[in-house]
Design a protein around this ligand. Structure first.
Ligand code: SF4
Length: 371
C-alpha cells in the first residue's frame, strides 16, 4: 500500500483537534516510551499540553542523542547550482514571477571552481540545490555535476525537483549520497495556495518522492516541512506519519529531518503562521523522542546564538558558511538568492562554536566511506 493511501485515511482538522486536546497523561505515556514511538504515541508531544514538559523532553532528547551519536555535529554546506525555476511558490526568491533578477545555471567548469573554494574550508559533504527548470536541470546535468563534485567530496547530496525512480537510480550509481525533499506542508488546501504554477503544484507527485528514491536504492532521504506555512504541530504529525511509513517499508534507508523556518525572500510578504523559538525546541526534541536514530538537521536560516543552543538539545547535523545564490563561493555571480540566511559566521567560526559547546565538529563521515 503506497503512503498516499494511508495519508487519505487522515483528516487534517481531526488530527489538529486531537493534538490540541491531548492531555498531560498522554504526554507522560509518550515520555515513558521515548526513543521509538508510533505516530499515535508521538502526537501528544506536539501538543500545547507538552509545553509544560519541555525540560524533561530536552533532557531525554539529549540523553538519546548522546547515546546514539556521541557529542558530534556533522557539517555540510549547500552548493546552489542554478536559480532558474519555472514554478511559482509564493514564499521563495527563485519563484518564476521574480523576473527582473539575474538567473544563472553553473557550467561544469564553474561548479569545479565552486568546489575548490568550498574544499578549502574543510567540508567533505555538499548538498547541491537548484530551482526547477527541466531544460537546464535534468538528470544529465546532475550527472555531470556529480562527476565533478565527487572528485572533491565523499558525500554529495541532492536537493532538486522530485525525479523519477529511474533518474534517482542513475544518480545513485554516480555516487549521490542522499535525496532531500520537503513536502513543504501536508495540508493539501494550503499547498495549492502556496504553489500557484508549475509542476510543483502536483501535491501527490511530491508526496511519493521519498518512496521513489528509496525504491531506487538511495542510501539516505531527508524529509521535512517548511515551518511557517501551516500549523506546525499538525504538519509535524503528518511528517512523522510519513517517516513511520518509510522506516517500516524501507528500513535499509537512513532518514533525516530538517526544521527550516521561513526566511525573508525577494517578493515574499512573510510567514502565515508564527513558529517561535520555544516551538522549535519542542519540535526538535519531539522528533528525537519519536526516533532516536534520526539525523536532525539545522540550517543557517537560524541565528547564531539560537543555533549554538539548539545544537545541544538533539541536533546532529548543521550547515555552515552557507550562501543561497549560485556561484557565491568562487565566481561571485551576484545572482538571485533563494532566501536570506541568518547565521553568517564562517565555517571555522561555526566549528569553533561547536567545540566551545563541548561537541566535536565532523567534517568527514568515515562510516559512509566504509559502507
Ligand atoms: S521553492 Fe523550489 S520550486 Fe518553488 S520557486 Fe523556489 S526553487 Fe522553485
Amino acid at each position: 500500500m503506497p503512503f498516499k493511501d494511508i495519508f487519505a485515511d487522515y483528516d487534517w482538522d481531526i488530527v489538529k483537534e486531537r493534538i490540541y486536546s491531548a492531555r498531560s497523561i498522554d504526554v507522560e505515556r509518550a515520555l515513558a516510551k521515548a526513543g521509538y514511538l508510533t505516530p499515535e504515541e508521538f502526537l501528544p508531544l506536539l501538543s500545547p499540553a507538552a509545553e509544560a514538559y519541555l525540560p524533561q523532553m530536552i533532557e531525554l532528547s539529549r540523553e538519546l542523542t548522546f547515546k546514539r551519536f556521541g557529542k558530534t555535529i556533522h557539517l555540510y554546506i549547500p552548493l546552489y547550482l542554478s536559480n532558474k525555476c519555472n514554478n511559482v511558490c509564493t514564499y521563495c526568491g527563485f519563484s518564476f514571477t521574480n523576473k527582473n533578477l539575474k538567473r544563472i545555471t553553473l557550467t561544469p567548469e564553474q561548479i569545479e571552481l565552486e568546489a575548490k573554494a568550498i574544499k578549502r574550508y574543510g567540508f567533505d559533504h555538499v548538498v547541491i540545490v537548484t530551482g526547477e527548470d527541466a531544460r537546464d536541470i535534468n538528470v544529465e546535468y546532475l550527472t555531470a555535476a556529480l562527476r565533478v563534485l565527487k572528485k572533491y567530496f565523499s558525500q554529495v547530496s541532492v536537493e532538486v525537483q522530485p525525479l523519477k525512480m529511474e533518474d534517482y537510480a542513475i544518480l545513485r550509481n554516480e555516487g549521490m549520497h542522499a535525496v532531500i525533499v520537503y513536502q513543504e506542508t501536508y495540508n493539501q488546501k494550503s499547498y495549492a495556495e502556496y504553489h500557484l504554477k508549475g509542476r510543483k503544484r502536483n501535491f501527490f507527485w511530491r508526496l511519493e518522492t521519498p518512496e521513489r528514491a528509496a525504491q531506487a536504492g538511495v542510501r539516505k532521504i531527508g524529509m521535512g516541512v517548511l515551518l511557517g506555512l501551516e500549523d506546525w504541530r499538525t504538519d509535524a504529525f503528518f511528517l512523522a506519519l510519513h517517516l513511520d511509513y518509510m522506516r517500516r517499508h524501507y528500513w535499509q534507508t537512513m532518514y533525516s529531518v530538517s526544521f527550516p523556518r521561513l526566511r525573508p525572500a525577494e517578493g515574499f510578504a512573510g510567514p502565515k503562521v508564527e513558529v517561535n523559538n520555544k516551538a522549535l525546541v519542542q519540535l526538535i526534541t519531539a522528533f528525537r523522542l519519536f526516533d532516536a536514530d534520526l539525523d536532525l538537521v539545522l540550517s543557517t536560516r537560524e541565528p547564531a546564538k539560537l543555533r549554538d543552543l539548539l545544537m545541544t538539545v538533539g541536533i546532529t547535523t548543521m550547515s555552515a558558511g552557507s550562501r543561497t545564490e549560485p556561484g557565491a563561493y568562487a565566481i561571485h555571480s551576484h545572482a538571485l538568492k533563494q532566501f536570506e540566511i541568518s547565521d553568517t559566521r564562517s565555517p571555522q567560526q561555526v566549528a569553533q562554536a561547536i567545540k566551545q559547546a563541548g561537541f566535536t565538529p565532523v567534517w568527514k563521515d568515515w562510516e559512509a566511506e566504509l559502507v
